[in-house]
Write a protein that binds this ligand. Structure first.
Ligand SMILES: [Zn+2]
Ligand SMILES: [Zn+2]
Length: 223
Protein backbone atom coordinates (compact mmCIF):
# COMPACT_ATOMS: atom_id res chain seq x y z
CA UNK A 1 0.00 0.00 0.00
CA UNK A 2 2.86 2.34 0.88
CA UNK A 3 4.63 1.74 -2.44
CA UNK A 4 1.38 1.97 -4.42
CA UNK A 5 0.58 5.35 -2.83
CA UNK A 6 4.16 6.52 -3.28
CA UNK A 7 4.22 5.79 -7.01
CA UNK A 8 0.77 7.34 -7.44
CA UNK A 9 2.04 10.62 -5.87
CA UNK A 10 5.21 10.55 -7.97
CA UNK A 11 3.58 9.78 -11.31
CA UNK A 12 0.23 11.60 -11.03
CA UNK A 13 0.21 15.07 -12.52
CA UNK A 14 -0.75 17.33 -9.57
CA UNK A 15 -2.83 19.49 -11.93
CA UNK A 16 -1.76 21.67 -14.84
CA UNK A 17 -3.61 24.80 -16.00
CA UNK A 18 -5.15 24.28 -19.47
CA UNK A 19 -3.57 26.42 -22.20
CA UNK A 20 -5.10 29.91 -22.56
CA UNK A 21 -7.22 29.37 -19.47
CA UNK A 22 -9.41 32.34 -18.56
CA UNK A 23 -11.54 33.01 -15.53
CA UNK A 24 -15.26 32.69 -16.35
CA UNK A 25 -15.83 36.23 -14.98
CA UNK A 26 -13.37 37.68 -17.51
CA UNK A 27 -15.59 36.59 -20.40
CA UNK A 28 -18.52 38.61 -18.96
CA UNK A 29 -17.15 42.05 -19.72
CA UNK A 30 -20.35 44.16 -19.62
CA UNK A 31 -21.94 43.44 -16.25
CA UNK A 32 -19.70 44.41 -13.33
CA UNK A 33 -18.03 41.22 -12.23
CA UNK A 34 -19.31 40.23 -8.80
CA UNK A 35 -16.36 37.94 -8.20
CA UNK A 36 -14.03 40.82 -8.89
CA UNK A 37 -15.91 42.99 -6.41
CA UNK A 38 -15.49 40.24 -3.83
CA UNK A 39 -11.75 40.22 -4.17
CA UNK A 40 -11.45 37.53 -6.85
CA UNK A 41 -9.78 39.61 -9.51
CA UNK A 42 -8.63 37.40 -12.40
CA UNK A 43 -5.07 36.34 -11.69
CA UNK A 44 -2.36 35.94 -14.27
CA UNK A 45 0.96 34.10 -14.12
CA UNK A 46 3.68 36.07 -15.87
CA UNK A 47 6.05 33.07 -15.95
CA UNK A 48 3.57 30.67 -17.60
CA UNK A 49 1.85 33.53 -19.51
CA UNK A 50 -1.51 32.03 -18.67
CA UNK A 51 -4.52 32.71 -16.44
CA UNK A 52 -4.35 31.48 -12.87
CA UNK A 53 -7.41 29.64 -11.49
CA UNK A 54 -8.34 30.17 -7.83
CA UNK A 55 -6.05 28.37 -5.33
CA UNK A 56 -3.46 27.77 -8.08
CA UNK A 57 0.17 28.69 -7.41
CA UNK A 58 3.34 28.79 -9.46
CA UNK A 59 5.95 26.29 -8.26
CA UNK A 60 9.44 27.71 -8.60
CA UNK A 61 11.02 24.21 -8.54
CA UNK A 62 8.81 22.69 -11.28
CA UNK A 63 8.56 26.13 -12.99
CA UNK A 64 4.86 25.71 -13.75
CA UNK A 65 1.51 26.56 -12.25
CA UNK A 66 -0.02 23.80 -10.12
CA UNK A 67 -3.75 23.58 -9.40
CA UNK A 68 -4.65 23.82 -5.68
CA UNK A 69 -0.95 23.58 -4.93
CA UNK A 70 -0.14 22.37 -1.42
CA UNK A 71 3.65 22.25 -1.53
CA UNK A 72 6.57 20.95 -3.56
CA UNK A 73 7.69 17.69 -1.96
CA UNK A 74 11.33 16.67 -2.38
CA UNK A 75 10.59 13.16 -1.06
CA UNK A 76 8.29 12.41 -4.00
CA UNK A 77 10.11 14.71 -6.49
CA UNK A 78 6.78 16.22 -7.46
CA UNK A 79 4.38 18.93 -6.49
CA UNK A 80 1.44 18.00 -4.30
CA UNK A 81 -1.70 19.53 -5.77
CA UNK A 82 -5.41 18.99 -6.51
CA UNK A 83 -5.01 15.62 -8.22
CA UNK A 84 -2.49 13.83 -6.02
CA UNK A 85 -3.16 15.30 -2.57
CA UNK A 86 -5.22 12.26 -1.48
CA UNK A 87 -2.44 9.91 -2.61
CA UNK A 88 0.10 11.99 -0.69
CA UNK A 89 -1.97 11.81 2.53
CA UNK A 90 -2.39 8.04 2.15
CA UNK A 91 1.35 7.72 1.56
CA UNK A 92 1.94 9.54 4.88
CA UNK A 93 -0.50 7.27 6.71
CA UNK A 94 0.87 4.00 5.32
CA UNK A 95 4.49 5.07 5.90
CA UNK A 96 3.56 5.97 9.47
CA UNK A 97 1.98 2.54 10.03
CA UNK A 98 5.00 0.85 8.47
CA UNK A 99 7.49 2.68 10.71
CA UNK A 100 5.33 2.00 13.82
CA UNK A 101 5.27 -1.70 12.91
CA UNK A 102 9.08 -1.73 12.48
CA UNK A 103 9.56 0.05 15.81
CA UNK A 104 7.32 -2.43 17.64
CA UNK A 105 9.03 -5.44 16.03
CA UNK A 106 12.49 -4.10 16.99
CA UNK A 107 11.48 -3.04 20.51
CA UNK A 108 12.09 -6.43 22.27
CA UNK A 109 15.63 -6.69 20.78
CA UNK A 110 16.29 -3.08 21.75
CA UNK A 111 15.27 -3.76 25.37
CA UNK A 112 17.51 -6.88 25.47
CA UNK A 113 20.34 -4.76 24.06
CA UNK A 114 20.25 -2.52 27.15
CA UNK A 115 19.19 -4.95 29.88
CA UNK A 116 20.51 -8.43 29.20
CA UNK A 117 24.16 -8.44 28.15
CA UNK A 118 24.33 -12.24 27.81
CA UNK A 119 21.66 -12.30 25.06
CA UNK A 120 23.04 -9.43 22.97
CA UNK A 121 23.48 -9.99 19.21
CA UNK A 122 26.99 -11.34 18.63
CA UNK A 123 28.64 -8.97 16.16
CA UNK A 124 29.18 -5.21 16.44
CA UNK A 125 27.52 -4.88 13.01
CA UNK A 126 24.29 -6.49 14.29
CA UNK A 127 24.22 -4.12 17.26
CA UNK A 128 24.78 -1.07 15.02
CA UNK A 129 22.04 -2.15 12.56
CA UNK A 130 19.57 -2.87 15.35
CA UNK A 131 20.26 0.46 17.08
CA UNK A 132 20.10 2.53 13.86
CA UNK A 133 16.98 0.78 12.55
CA UNK A 134 15.13 1.29 15.84
CA UNK A 135 16.10 4.94 16.29
CA UNK A 136 15.43 5.90 12.65
CA UNK A 137 12.04 4.16 12.56
CA UNK A 138 10.99 5.79 15.82
CA UNK A 139 12.15 9.22 14.60
CA UNK A 140 10.28 8.83 11.28
CA UNK A 141 7.15 7.58 13.04
CA UNK A 142 7.08 10.60 15.37
CA UNK A 143 7.72 13.18 12.64
CA UNK A 144 5.13 11.55 10.36
CA UNK A 145 2.61 11.64 13.20
CA UNK A 146 3.12 15.42 13.53
CA UNK A 147 2.78 15.83 9.78
CA UNK A 148 -0.41 13.72 9.68
CA UNK A 149 -1.94 15.76 12.54
CA UNK A 150 -1.12 18.99 10.69
CA UNK A 151 -2.65 17.75 7.42
CA UNK A 152 -5.73 16.38 9.22
CA UNK A 153 -6.49 19.88 10.50
CA UNK A 154 -5.84 21.31 6.99
CA UNK A 155 -8.20 18.78 5.33
CA UNK A 156 -10.87 19.39 8.00
CA UNK A 157 -10.82 23.14 7.23
CA UNK A 158 -10.31 22.77 3.43
CA UNK A 159 -7.05 24.70 3.47
CA UNK A 160 -3.75 24.02 1.69
CA UNK A 161 -0.34 24.48 3.36
CA UNK A 162 0.14 27.62 1.24
CA UNK A 163 -3.25 29.07 2.24
CA UNK A 164 -2.64 28.86 5.99
CA UNK A 165 -1.28 32.44 6.08
CA UNK A 166 -4.02 33.69 3.74
CA UNK A 167 -6.65 32.11 5.98
CA UNK A 168 -5.38 33.90 9.07
CA UNK A 169 -6.24 37.24 7.45
CA UNK A 170 -9.92 36.38 6.93
CA UNK A 171 -12.56 35.80 9.59
CA UNK A 172 -14.44 33.23 7.51
CA UNK A 173 -12.67 30.86 5.14
CA UNK A 174 -14.89 30.65 2.06
CA UNK A 175 -13.81 27.14 1.04
CA UNK A 176 -14.64 25.65 4.45
CA UNK A 177 -17.85 23.67 3.81
CA UNK A 178 -17.88 21.82 7.15
CA UNK A 179 -15.52 18.96 7.97
CA UNK A 180 -17.61 16.18 6.37
CA UNK A 181 -17.85 17.92 3.01
CA UNK A 182 -14.22 19.06 3.24
CA UNK A 183 -13.18 15.43 3.72
CA UNK A 184 -15.21 14.38 0.67
CA UNK A 185 -13.53 17.12 -1.38
CA UNK A 186 -10.21 15.31 -0.91
CA UNK A 187 -11.08 11.64 -0.37
CA UNK A 188 -14.22 11.34 -2.51
CA UNK A 189 -17.74 10.23 -1.58
CA UNK A 190 -17.14 6.48 -1.88
CA UNK A 191 -15.96 5.45 1.61
CA UNK A 192 -14.68 2.10 0.31
CA UNK A 193 -12.09 3.97 -1.73
CA UNK A 194 -10.96 6.30 1.07
CA UNK A 195 -7.97 4.11 1.86
CA UNK A 196 -7.00 3.36 -1.74
CA UNK A 197 -5.08 5.79 -3.99
CA UNK A 198 -7.89 6.06 -6.56
CA UNK A 199 -11.26 7.74 -7.19
CA UNK A 200 -14.47 6.36 -8.68
CA UNK A 201 -15.57 7.85 -12.03
CA UNK A 202 -18.57 9.66 -10.46
CA UNK A 203 -16.31 11.50 -7.98
CA UNK A 204 -13.90 12.51 -10.74
CA UNK A 205 -16.82 13.97 -12.68
CA UNK A 206 -18.85 15.44 -9.82
CA UNK A 207 -16.22 16.83 -7.41
CA UNK A 208 -14.73 19.94 -9.05
CA UNK A 209 -12.02 20.20 -6.35
CA UNK A 210 -10.33 17.03 -7.68
CA UNK A 211 -10.17 18.66 -11.12
CA UNK A 212 -8.71 21.75 -9.43
CA UNK A 213 -10.20 24.50 -11.59
CA UNK A 214 -13.34 25.42 -9.63
CA UNK A 215 -14.12 25.20 -5.94
CA UNK A 216 -17.47 25.29 -4.13
CA UNK A 217 -17.60 28.05 -1.53
CA UNK A 218 -19.74 28.73 1.51
CA UNK A 219 -22.76 30.78 0.51
CA UNK A 220 -22.65 32.57 3.90
CA UNK A 221 -18.95 33.42 3.68
CA UNK A 222 -18.11 36.91 4.95
CA UNK A 223 -15.47 38.32 2.64
ZN1 LIG B 1 2.93 29.81 -13.51
ZN1 LIG C 1 6.84 21.74 -7.76
Amino acid sequence: MMLWCYFMVVFTNPGAVPENWRHAAEEDVNPPSTSEEQGHAPRYCARCQNGKPPRCHHCSVCDRCVLKMDHHCVWVVNCVGARNYKYFLLFLVYTFLETVLDTLVLLPSFIIFFHDGSRRPSSAGDIAILFLAFVLNLAFALSLLCFICMHTSLVASNTTSIEVYERKKTCSWEYDLGWRKNLEQVFGTNKLLWFLPMYCTEDLQNIPTIQGLEFPTRSDAVL
